[in-house]
Design a protein around this ligand. Sequence first.
Ligand code: ADP
Ligand code: ZN
Length: 217
Amino acid sequence: MNIILLGPPGAGKGTQARKLVDERNMVQLSTGDMLRAARTSGTEMGKTVAGVMDRGELVTDEIVIGLIREQLESDNAGGGYIFDGFPRTLAQADALGRLLVDMGENLDCVIEMQVDDDALVDRITARSTCGACGEVYNDNTKPIPANEKCTNCGASDFQRRADDNEESLRTRLMAYYKQTSPLVGYYYAKGDLRSVDGLASMDDVATSIASALRQSE
Ligand code: ADP
Ligand code: ZN
């Protein structure tokens, strides 16, 4: 099955996507991760998007739709795709719909992760990730182990994202409300929307997502 995880920055989309990858053999397509990879490898596109991302603004539809199209054309996801951080605009949502139709695929379900804004700010400013495997840590709820080795892969390369600061987060939240939140209505009207409480514990959120997915199977 193919699903979208929809929600503001810090809602926990990446964390839940990783669980679905482990448990259901799905393929996670995160445009944020793809854009960060382009920056790290220093491609022209990576250089173009760096400033935009650090400010917390959205990269152009053309770039992110191109990235998703390339991935869909290159892999073959047996367990289905999890779109994480894409689509973020109505134009991206329409483009994804067309890409899936062209591949003879469906969108089965859109999971909206609801989290209140104060919690987002707290979560994001406390967030770090393992540079080697992407495991997500939080200073308050899941601190980096005392031996400074990743619990998942053992590496000692913890990183904070350049855009995980208060100013950029405010811009990211505004981009979410102005450009992305209309997708909640869009997918509701299509009959694809399921909302879960993203403030619950990680395991409870995973349980709610699993039950939403069962209903759409
Ligand atoms: P977040 O944790 O804030 O949800 P992501 O890792 O998904 O962030 O994305 C980080 C940044 O990458 C965004 O703030 C934006 O600049 C850019 N980006 C990611 N996905 C998209 C997209 N679908 N459309 C436009 N810009 C995007
Ligand atoms: Zn790791």
